[in-house]
Write a protein that binds this ligand. Structure first.
Ligand code: ATP
Ligand code: MG
Ligand code: MG
Length: 416
């Protein structure tokens, strides 16, 4: 480290207060890391039910300031209330009031990532436009301001066509697969998206269908000074648009393609420029090219810790949650390498039938296994709900697959 670098390092432990917009499980996992770093956390929670973050931070800080503010994430006054007494405001969800955050910035509040960056990312079409302008490889996409535009997109890209709501999407809610362009087919897709035919402008866009080989996710962390690091590329296995299992290092993918995924992910986040601070989840598609070889295409970016980065809690020296806090507080970034041979994360989703007893099957099995760790979110049972996750670490893919097979009740995943 050069002398000029070391002169920027803190000369005493920081005492920081971080305000986080959103009080879900991602905030909770940040809050679990924060006290080790002398960071005190405060949350704006928009949920009506149990707040996963509130369960781990307690009611008030040492100076009596409330740690939980209840209110809508789009309410300017609530955002201001959150920011009171905070050194920095960050978020664990991108569906937040960008206008309110921009006002805070004007008033001198340190918002990381910035309102400009959140504004680009939270509108999935604007995000595509931005990355296209910055030469990031993308699936073909087009804006859909009208029904006629849906017909021409189907002609241009073919069927099936992926229709996506521009804002508010998560877990595939906000996506509809258009299989035919009959009036019924289009009406059904729009009603699935709760959109009206004469009100599509600004609400909808389309992507060409990608017949991908697999989905890859890369967590990237970027500091206030623009230093960017990637965690290793992972294989993200989704069913019904919800992430089920993450494998790291990514499987059955040549090392050069894995590195290309990491490079494209870092380039995308770097392209966002000033204010692209913190951890970002970058979702990618790997698609076979007609003439051989593979394309790496960016699906979307999340400006926060991400489900596909949970394995870092147990498989890396510095987790995505700690690195997010380090980045937004201006601390040096932590190491992003694996400290184990291989790792997997299994999401614990509320079982579709059989209630909480059925949901507990994999959790109870994990509790009895070496090198597997259960992380609960403190949320009540609901079918399909993300209730927690299990991280497994191992010395090799073979050892990992044996543990995974026990938890998933399936044959091992082929070794690469
Ligand atoms: P998240 O919870 O990750 O924010 P989301 O609701 O924003 O999800 P997307 O990531 O756009 O939704 O899509 C969800 C899933 O749908 C993807 O992970 C992928 O499996 C599938 N998918 C999305 N776009 C396409 C496409 N163009 N072609 C084929 N499959 C796609
Ligand atoms: Mg999304
Ligand atoms: Mg996604």
């Amino acid at each position: 480290m050069s002398e000029s670098d070391s002169s920027k390092l803190p000369t005493e432990p920081l005492k920081f207060r971080v305000g986080c917009v959103g009080g879900g499980q991602l905030g909770r996992m940040m809050a679990l890391e924060a006290p080790r770093l002398n960071i005190d956390m405060k949350f704006l929670d928009g949920g009506g039910g149990a707040c996963p973050s509130a369960q781990v931070v307690g009611g008030a800080s040492g100076d009596g300031e409330a740690r939980i503010v209840k209110g809508a994430l789009y309410d300017d006054d609530k955002l201001r209330e959150l920011s009171n007494g905070c050194d920095v405001v960050t978020m664990e969800i991108e569906h937040v009031g960008v206008g309110g955050l921009a006002k805070l910035e004007k008033e001198g509040v340190n918002v990381q990532p910035s309102s400009r960056v959140i504004g680009i990312i939270q509108d999935k079409y604007a995000q595509k436009e931005y990355f296209s302008e910055h030469n990031i490889p993308l699936p073909p996409y087009v804006n859909l301001p009208s029904i006629e535009a849906i017909h021409s997109a189907a002609k241009q890209f073919g069927l099936p066509l992926m229709l996506k709501g521009r804002k508010g999407a998560y877990d595939g809610r906000g996506n509809a697969v258009l299989k035919d362009t009959t009036q019924e087919g289009i009406s059904k897709a729009l009603s699935d998206l709760s959109l009206k035919e004469d009100d599509l402008d600004g609400a909808l866009y389309a992507e060409g269908w990608i017949n991908f080989h697999c989905e890859v996710a890369v967590m990237v962390v970027r500091s206030t000074t623009g230093e960017t690091r990637a965690y290793p590329a992972t294989t993200a296995i989704q069913t019904d648009s919800i992430c089920r299992v993450v494998l790291v290092p990514a499987r059955n993918i040549p090392a050069n393609i894995r590195h290309r995924c990491e490079e494209i992910a870092m380039k995308a986040i770097d392209s966002l420029g000033d204010g692209a601070t913190g951890v970002f989840g970058v979702e990618l598609f790997l698609a076979h090219k007609d003439g051989g070889g593979m394309d790496v295409l960016l699906n979307e970016v999340a400006p926060r810790p991400h489900n596909t980065g949970h394995y870092t809690q147990d498989a890396c020296a510095v987790s995505q949650f700690e690195n997010h806090l380090r980045a937004v507080c201006g601390l040096p970034l932590g190491d992003t390498n694996l400290i184990v041979g291989a790792s997997a994360m299994i999401n614990v989703l509320g079982a579709p039938t059989g209630g909480i007893e059925a949901t507990m099957k994999s959790v109870n099995a994990a509790m009895a296994m070496p090198r597997s760790v259960v992380h609960w979110y403190g949320k009540g049972y609901r079918p399909g709900r993300k209730m927690g996750h299990i991280n497994i670490t191992a010395d090799s893919h073979g050892e990992l697959d044996a543990s995974l097979a026990k938890l998933l009740g399936v044959e091992g995943i082929s070794e690469d």
